[in-house]
Design a protein around this ligand. Structure first.
Ligand SMILES: O=C(O)CCC(=O)C(=O)O
Length: 230
């Protein structure tokens, strides 16, 4: 049973809000059964590509191997040269399931009232690439920009399992100023508008904070959805 000091963010009100221009956080947006269904669906899709070049894996970057396991849907960001592709070595990238297309539209409709920059995409958004990120306990994602898409459409992101600290930085470099937003299981965050190309990352997750019935016993799943083309 957590005490007041174990999980401080859970004890403060978390109203829906625009964190910064074009960045909307809607806490507790997914029900527990929706979270569990997304986790089960991600597991099923991951099984279909296990053992192929598109298997969920910890990508090797120039800076080292990531601690986060990543599964691509819709399109895959390939290296040598860097580009979005729809197949690797003849294996097609799994399609984005209808549930994520629907989730993207619902997310934008729900966020529209808090941000004119996001409202502009409501009803127009095309979910073309998605990432399922699995963060084991102790993992992290360094500060980076999502700059591979031609489109300025916002990135839609849901979190399931352990709390992740989402660090939203500035559009110039990896340093301050930044704001840390704890993302609890079921939270939605959308970043677009003037912060679409902001540096962002997840410096840590908080182990043992995943709620029961979310579908994950430990670690964190984050699903991000993007429109790639103009
Ligand atoms: O895990 C998150 O909340 C952020 C994921 C992310 O930055 C990305 O997929 O580019």
């Amino acid at each position: 049973m957590p005490t007041l000091f174990d999980a401080p963010e859970a004890h403060f009100p978390r109203p829906p809000r625009e964190v910064a221009g074009g960045v909307v956080h809607l806490p507790d947006w997914l029900s527990a059964s929706e979270q569990a269904a997304l986790v089960a669906q991600a597991r099923d899709i991951a099984r279909t590509v296990a053992g192929t070049p598109l298997a969920m894996t910890r990508p090797q970057l120039r800076s080292g191997q990531m601690s986060v396991h990543i599964l691509s849907l819709g399109q895959h960001w390939a290296t040598n040269p860097y580009r979005y592709v729809s197949a690797v070595d003849g294996v097609r990238v799994p399609p984005i399931p209808q549930s994520l297309h629907d989730l993207a539209q619902r997310a934008l409709a729900d966020a529209a009232g808090l941000s004119p920059a996001l409202a502009a995409w409501s009803g127009k958004y095309r979910a073309e690439a998605a990432l399922v990120n699995y963060y084991p306990p102790e993992s992290a994602m360094g500060m980076h920009q999502d700059a591979n898409e031609l489109s300025e459409a916002p990135v839609i992101s849901v979190s399931i399992g352990d709390t992740g600290i989402f660090r939203l930085g500035n559009t110039t470099n990896r340093n301050r100023p930044w704001v840390d937003v704890p993302l609890l299981s079921g939270d939605l965050i959308i970043f677009g508008g003037e912060h679409r190309r902001a540096f962002h990352g997840v410096p840590r997750i908080e182990p043992h904070t995943a709620p029961e019935n979310c579908g994950l016993v430990e670690g964190r799943i984050n699903i991000t959805i993007r429109q790639v083309s103009l």
